[in-house]
Design a protein around this ligand. Structure first.
Ligand SMILES: [Fe+2]
Ligand SMILES: [Fe+2]
Length: 268
């Protein structure tokens, strides 16, 4: 079994009192095999926000995979935004914008969807080269490994959300990643927790991946308290738990969970 803690949209600079120490304690108690961070580590890509994010990451003693979000690209400094959009992210977080973690049970590929021209509108996208690199990683991995993609912008939306919030070129990406066996898509950006079935949106024959959103850990809540997800992957079973901030107890507590079974039809 592999345990993945999936956190997103930390927005250092806009984090509520007590949340970070409680998050570190919660992750420590869960003792995951991997912490997946799906972008927006900072609020405005400021040096001090990146330093706080760096020190948070350093305080976690577990393997990590991190991708940037649109907020990790400077918004107001136009020169940096276009000349070196992820310069600070590279300096303080990681120079690897497309990290890969692989072991005997899973392969996890991170893809950078943050773009300079879209950082003001929050949009993001992938290009064919990025997707094809992920496809190559999945194709050379064992058939039985669970194949996981981490992006900031989401491959699916909860009902009622505007389509412009979707990852740009998601159709192109899904058409290539589905035949490569991508099983699970982890993302953030919406500041809302959500689990969707890729088949409902993409309708690719024989492909039944799950699309999992983590909420935010910042005060930029959109009708949902701070939260993160825990995925327990033991093919053919997958459990997804949501842990939600409890301000009264200054702690995170399990608030929702669901179990999925993997078969010929994917996760059901
Ligand atoms: Fe965000
Ligand atoms: Fe975002």
């Amino acid at each position: 079994m592999r345990i993945i803690v999936h956190i997103s949209d930390l927005h250092f600079g806009r984090i509520g009192e007590g949340v970070m120490p409680a998050l570190v304690r919660a992750i420590d108690a869960i003792a995951p095999d991997l912490v997946a961070v799906s972008g927006d580590l900072t609020q405005r890509a400021r040096k001090r926000e990146f330093l706080e994010a760096r020190s948070f990451l350093d305080s976690l003693r577990f393997a990590k995979i991190v991708v940037p979000g649109n907020h990790d690209v400077p918004l107001f400094n136009i020169v940096e935004r276009f000349m070196n959009p992820l310069g600070r992210y590279r300096r303080y977080i990681t120079g690897d914008l497309e990290p890969v973690v692989c072991d005997s049970e899973m392969i996890v590929v991170g893809l950078n969807s943050a773009r300079s021209y879209a950082s003001g509108t929050g949009g993001g996208r992938l290009n064919i080269g990025q997707v094809d690199r992920a496809v190559r990683h999945f194709s050379t991995a064992g058939r039985d490994l669970v194949k996981i993609v981490v992006t900031h912008h989401p491959f699916d939306l909860p009902a009622g959300h505007r389509e412009r919030l979707l990852l740009g070129r998601a159709n192109m990406a899904m058409a290539r990643l589905a035949p490569a066996g991508a099983d699970l898509f982890l993302a953030g950006h919406l500041h809302l927790s959500h689990v969707g079935h890729a088949f409902e949106r993409y309708k690719i024959a024989g492909h039944r991946a799950l699309v999992v959103q983590a909420g935010t850990l910042s005060t930029r809540a959109r009708g949902e308290p701070s939260s993160f997800n825990v995925l327990r992957v033991a093919r053919p079973r997958l459990t997804i738990e949501r842990h939600t901030w409890q301000p009264d107890g200054q702690t995170f507590a399990g608030s929702w969970s669901a179990e999925f079974q993997h078969g010929d039809e994917g996760w059901t």
